[in-house]
Write a protein that binds this ligand. Structure first.
Ligand code: ASP
Length: 438
């Protein structure tokens, strides 16, 4: 379809032009003092608001879309056996791909070892310059401060994360898990109603989901310009010089992302769904650029659902079930990145992690990636917990913070595409089940 490809191209063009313009602005700002206010003015008065309108249009539809698509999907599936089968496949695929990613990150860092021989003066300089950011992230990892938490308080924390007393409170903070639980239960509730009522309720929910997907379509028209603006704002502020100093670390992480995206995912798509892996990736280019420029799985979720249903032909019941769950708990790129950082910082501090400790890193990277919020930098507080757990100084995270926004963009793409791969797998399995019963 010409319009679709036209949109692909213009979003890609927005990305490239945004990066080039951002680089030029950064360069100009560092050369001429009088340039800084002009760049700052353009960035805050023009680029930032345009990027935010796009982002907020996407965020606006997340709650109704997630609720309606999950509840309608579950109501239609109507059978606990089918739901269990889909849930089992979804969780198995999430877990296996996330574990693979964490192992890949740890192994690559172990092999290349970019932290060995790292300049101690640069290490101390980075730790001093990013100390205040570390303190901010650290306070996010322990909301109650340093006071020890009782066992009962921990149990309450878990309960609050899954079944809060006040669903609206959770929703206003964009906590997805309670919303998913409510939507699942609503779907189950509807499926117990008489057939005609059930169908009417499911159709009403479909209307809501379709309307939200249509809003995403409107937002995507804005995407070329918005992506330009989002990328411009990040790149012009970015410490390019730091990128050079951490070049080997950045190359290993990006190399792992690419391996995951261009080798593992196409292979899995081929094996698990019988589709052409690269053709599928090509159809997901606008989706990947949205993930890249927003750095948020949650903000990208509406586009993920739209792409899966409209571009890849995934059944709404599968897309509505797998993708919101994936955006919340399936973060392959995040697990990969966490494994990389822990090993890199350990190498810089001369800490030799044993095989058992590396296995612990993998395990904790998988567990914490499940708990990480799908927002920019959502994994950083949890990453500090993993580091502390294996005896790597958590403040060492300061060393990588200066380049993290860029790597966050990349890992969000890997996170989102991991969800798409799982949805294709579950969809293909449901197609086979439907063909058998037909
Ligand atoms: N930005 C990532 C996401 O939304 C989360 C993270 O790893 O920080 O998927």
């Amino acid at each position: 379809m010409p319009t679709r490809h036209g949109n692909h191209r213009s979003i890609l063009l927005g990305l490239i032009l945004g990066a080039v313009a951002g680089l030029l602005a950064h360069w100009w700002g560092t050369r001429r003092e009088d340039a800084a206010p002009i760049i700052d003015g353009f960035s805050s008065v023009v680029a930032y608001p345009i990027g935010q309108v796009f982002l907020r249009l996407l965020f606006l539809v997340v709650v109704p879309l997630v609720f309606a698509s999950i509840a309608a999907g579950v109501a239609r599936v109507a059978s606990p056996a089918v739901l269990g089968r889909m849930g089992g496949r979804t969780l198995a695929c999430f877990l296996l791909t996330t574990a693979f990613s964490a192992v890949l990150g740890v192994t690559a860092m172990r092999l290349v070892a970019p932290g060995e021989g790292f300049d101690p003066a640069l290490r101390d300089q980075l730790m001093a310059s990013f100390a205040s950011d570390v303190a901010r992230i650290d306070s996010g990892s322990k909301p109650g401060g340093d006071a020890p938490i009782s066992l009962q308080a921990r149990v309450v924390q878990v309960l609050d994360a899954v079944l809060p007393r006040n669903i609206l409170g959770a929703v206003t903070q964009l906590q997805m898990l309670p919303l998913i639980v409510l939507a699942l239960l609503t779907g189950v509730g509807i499926s117990t109603l008489p057939a005609t009522t059930r169908d009417r309720a499911a159709s009403a929910l479909d209307v809501v989901a379709d309307a939200m997907v249509a809003i995403v379509g409107i937002a995507m028209r804005l995407a070329p310009l918005a992506v330009f603006c989002l990328i411009f704002v990040v790149v012009q502020r970015f410490g390019i010089d730091l990128l050079g100093k951490l070049a080997l670390y950045v190359s290993v992480v990006v190399g792992c992302y690419l391996l995951q995206l261009l080798v593992l995912y196409p292979t899995l798509i081929r094996i698990l769904s019988g589709r052409d892996g690269f053709a599928t990736l090509r159809r997901c280019i606008p989706l990947m650029i949205t993930a890249f420029s927003t750095s948020s799985s949650n903000a990208t979720l509406p586009t993920t659902i739209r792409t899966a249903e409209k571009e890849l032909g995934v059944r709404p019941a599968v897309a509505g079930f797998v993708l919101p769950l994936g955006a919340t708990i399936n973060m392959n790129g995040t697990a990969l990145f966490e494994g990389c950082v822990v090993l890199f910082v350990a190498q810089i501090f001369g800490i030799d992690l044993s095989i058992a400790e590396q296995a612990t890193v993998v395990l904790l990277a998988v567990v914490t990636s499940i708990g990480a919020a799908g927002v920019p930098g959502g994994s950083l507080p949890l990453l500090m917990l993993v580091m502390a757990q294996v005896g790597v100084p958590a403040e060492g995270i300061a060393i990588i913070l200066g380049v993290d926004r860029l790597l966050d963009m990349g890992r969000t793409v890997v996170n989102v595409m991991g969800d798409v791969v799982t949805s294709l797998y579950v969809n293909a399995a449901e197609d086979r089940a439907a063909a058998r019963t037909a």
